[in-house]
Design a protein around this ligand. Structure first.
Ligand code: ADP
Ligand code: ADP
Length: 230
């Protein structure tokens, strides 16, 4: 089955005063198979983040239909949100919460009972066990990214979305992120969706790829078919 089904999705951002409205998505149809690692590729401004933010429930769509793990976003907003975890691109973290506390707060937001929380396991997985109680403002950019990955996992979502996970990160962290993502996919069957503009990352990680340009899906195929010819 499909982890994600998107039909006729459009998004028009209201323009600032005097500006024309901005059409970021122009009728996207896309289905993403459960258990796959799926890449969204496209140039800056293509609409990738908008698409991801709509999936995450962070941006309201203008029109169309989005189904996550069988739950229609409009009909079952709570269940559809629970099925997805998002590692955002921006390194926005509350400066007052150490990693363990940040994971606990996030788990609380998702209503994960205390007995079912796995903060220590997640800290180990992302390599932050030594920084569990460090002030967030003392964390390097790489550590923040690891924490953001951890936060996306607290409610054990079926679908994990990564927005430009390795933009501007060093080789070591890139390898760690790739390794973690592969393990989540292989060992837990988690469906992974990532945006990237590194072709190498898409080739390395993704089973299938959709290319987005000007708010439309212009190509969609297996990674081998799409990138093999390059
Ligand atoms: P909407 O209410 O249409 O969903 P948002 O609340 O997401 O729009 O955005 C509010 C305003 O922030 C926009 O009208 C826009 O001017 C500005 N903005 C935020 N991010 C961007 C961006 N990436 N490009 C252009 N404008 C942006
Ligand atoms: P990508 O992630 O592929 O770079 P985005 O989804 O961020 O693309 O942006 C798609 C288009 O929508 C761009 O033209 C961008 O400027 C515009 N945009 C994104 N967010 C907003 C916003 N909040 N308000 C207005 N325009 C936006």
């Amino acid at each position: 089955g499909n982890a994600i089904e998107i039909e006729g999705l459009t998004k028009t951002y209201a323009g600032q005063k005097g500006e024309a409205p901005k059409q970021a998505l122009r009728g996207v149809d896309l289905s993403i198979p459960a258990g796959s690692v799926f890449g969204l590729l496209g140039p800056n401004g293509a609409g990738k983040s908008t698409l991801i933010n709509i999936l995450a429930g962070l941006v309201r769509k203008t029109d169309g239909r989005v189904t996550i793990w069988g739950f229609d976003q409009d009909v079952n907003p709570r269940q559809s949100r629970a099925a997805i975890g998002v590692m955002p691109q921006e390194l926005n973290l509350d400066p007052f919460f150490a990693p363990r506390a940040a994971l606990e707060v996030q788990a609380g937001l998702y209503g994960v009972p205390k007995t079912e929380r796995r903060s220590d396991e997640i800290l180990r997985m992302v390599g932050l066990e030594d920084k569990a109680n460090a002030y967030a403002r003392t964390l390097s950019g790489g550590m923040r990214r690891r924490l953001l990955l951890g936060k996306a996992l607290v409610h054990n979502p079926q679908v994990l979305v990564l927005d430009e996970p390795t933009a501007g990160v060093d080789i070591e962290l890139r390898q760690m992120l790739w390794e973690n993502v592969r393990r989540l996919n292989r060992e837990r069957g988690m469906t992974i969706i990532l945006t990237t503009h590194y072709l190498e990352e898409a080739e390395e990680m993704c089973d299938e790829i959709a290319i987005i340009n000007h708010g439309e899906v212009v190509a969609r195929d297996s990674t081998a078919n799409l990138l093999g010819a390059l």
